[in-house]
Write a protein that binds this ligand. Sequence first.
Ligand code: ADP
Ligand code: AMP
Length: 213
Amino acid sequence: MDVILFGPPGAGKGTQASAVVDACGALHLSTGDIFRKHLREGTELGLLAKKFMAGGGLVPDDVVVRIVTSRLGDEDAKSGVLFDGFPRTVRQAELLVDWLVANGREVGVAVNLVVADEVVVGRLSGRRTCSSCGATYHVDHNPPAVVDVCDRCGGPVVQRDDDSVETVKKRIEAYHAQTAPVLDWLRERVPVVDVDADRPIADVRNDVVAAVS
Ligand code: ADP
Ligand code: AMP
């Protein structure tokens, strides 16, 4: 089944992704993770994406959609994908749904993580991320067992450049201007389940898993 995990930056999409993967066996596809991997590897795409990511804006639709649809054809993506951080514009949503329909697939459910801007700011400024595997932590709500060491892979846990207060503000603005309208577009076309994401991680997980099961 194809699933969209929707919500503002900091809503908890990455945090909940592994539970969804366990529940429905979908491949986790995070466009932010893909761009960060290219950035680390210094590819042309990474350099292009960096210009937009560093300023808190969105990478152009044609670039994002090309990356996503080329990945969707891979063998491990054929039985279903969990989209995290995508689609982020109505154009991306249209192109995704067109691609799925053309390939005999559909969005089974979109799970919308609902959380207020003030909460998101606190989460993003305290977020720490494993620079090897991308696992996310929070200095207060969800710290790794050993300071700055990833529980999952032992890699270094650091603060993302775009989690600075200034860039977080711009990312939230971009969410309201360009991404929030995607939710209305989705509501008219696919099942959407709203989940109150301003609760402990385990409680949110229960509702997210129920929505995709
Ligand atoms: P997103 O992928 O939506 O941008 P993340 O999953 O990276 O968000 O979560 C952002 C930050 O908030 C991380 O530091 C994470 O540990 C923390 N977090 C996620 N869910 C919750 C929650 N329910 N309560 C408190 N903190 C949370
Ligand atoms: P994320 O890890 O989802 O918070 O994404 C980090 C950054 O990558 C965003 O602030 C954007 O600059 C870029 N990005 C990720 N996904 C997309 C997308 N679907 N469309 C445009 N830009 C994206």
